[in-house]
Design a protein around this ligand. Structure first.
Ligand SMILES: Nc1nc2c(ncn2[C@@H]2O[C@H](COP(=O)(O)OP(=O)(O)OP(=O)(O)O)[C@@H](O)[C@H]2O)c(=O)[nH]1
Ligand SMILES: [Mg+2]
Length: 321
């Protein structure tokens, strides 16, 4: 089913023709899994600096847009949102920053895992993803393995996945969408070679095209992403109007400033929300312990967007939920 908020955002943000060629893709996974490297592999150039140290490289969410094989790809590179060694206070602004970067919602979530590190920690991440992602979000997700060179010669990623029950289950929940790359070793450009990034890139883009077609051009969204998208749009208009002609800004600079303002605004209002609850709201899971966060999110949204009459309407609507 096509989400009504996605149809609305198609109308609000661009002409549908333009929107149909555009894919907004967010890369998620543990620190060091290869998110920045994969984004560079897909773009065919070094856009996001990868990190060769043991600590976290990407500190905050960043996006970049390039033309790839006739499509316009916006890739959103994230820090490790599922890393358990970061405190709530460290993670909260990172999550908020990703939410604003992603608004009004991504066409695909790429969930990255490593072939060679299928350890207990990796299993914990799968459990965490399954807990945070709603069924709806999984319908927009693709599992992407990095470090593909560790696959035994002649073995496909599906053979590998089928050997591990929890992986098999996760890939099944993602509609069987699963690909493998090796950002460091598969740089040969042979399009028909399974063990080449060129081949895997073509396959991954086809998988995402199929996903977008099945969703009739619509991306994943929910109330929060849609409203944050609208709020960013409003900020962009405000900044453009206020900007003196002597200090021009590029459209990208305006969008970046608008996103940063919106992110800060929501962060202050949602200072008490747990990161688990924020991730749940982002990925659409409505588990019991984050229901109150969903409600406070809606109330915060209403108070920012349409004070004060709508706030009363929102509160009464929540009372009936
Ligand atoms: N062999 C191999 N190395 C890889 C692969 N992908 C990434 N790396 C290496 O792993 C290290 C971390 O890669 P990044 O792309 O920075 O990882 P990240 O997920 O962006 O990490 P954070 O930004 O810290 O969350 C770098 O040294 C990369 O060169 C891969 O597919 N194969
Ligand atoms: Mg990175």
């Amino acid at each position: 089913m096509v989400h009504k908020l996605c149809l609305l955002s198609l109308q609000v943000f661009k002409s549908s023709q333009e929107a149909l060629k555009h894919r907004r893709i967010i890369l998620l996974g543990k620190t060091g899994v290869g998110k920045s490297s994969l984004a560079n592999t897909l773009f065919g150039e070094q856009v996001f600096p990868p990190d060769h140290s043991a600590s976290s490289g990407t500190k905050e969410c960043k996006s970049a847009t390039r033309s790839v094989d006739g499509r316009t790809l916006t890739l959103i590179d994230t820090p490790g949102l599922f890393d358990t060694d970061l405190s709530e206070d460290e993670l909260r602004p990172k999550i908020m920053n990703c939410i604003t970067e992603c608004a009004p919602g991504p066409h695909a979530f790429l969930i990255l895992l490593r072939v060679d590190k299928y350890t207990r920690q990796e299993q914990e991440i799968i459990t965490q993803i399954c807990r945070s992602f709603s069924e709806d979000a999984l319908k927009f997700s693709v599992i992407v393995f990095t470090h593909g060179n560790q696959l035994r010669e002649g073995m496909t990623i599906m053979n590998f996945v089928n050997q591990k029950e929890d992986l098999k289950e996760l890939v099944k929940k993602c509609g069987g969408r699963c690909h493998v790359f090796d950002n460091d070793h598969w740089k040969n450009d042979q399009p028909n070679n399974y063990r080449s990034n060129a081949f895997q890139c073509e396959q991954l883009l086809k998988t995402i095209d199929k996903l977008v077609r099945r969703k009739k051009g619509c991306h994943y969204t929910n109330d929060m992403l849609y409203h944050i998208g609208q709020e960013i749009h409003r900020e962009e208009v405000r900044i453009s109007k206020l900007r003196p002609a002597t200090q021009p800004m590029t459209p990208e600079q305006i969008t970046q400033e608008a996103k940063s303002i919106v992110s800060q605004k929501f962060l202050i209002k949602l200072a008490a929300a747990t990161t688990g609850a924020l991730l749940g709201v982002f990925f659409g899971v409505r588990i019991n312990n984050n229901v109150s966060t969903v409600y406070s999110f809606i109330i915060v949204l209403c108070s920012i967007l349409h004070p004060p009459q709508t706030l009363r309407r929102c509160c009464s609507a929540n009372n009936t939920m």
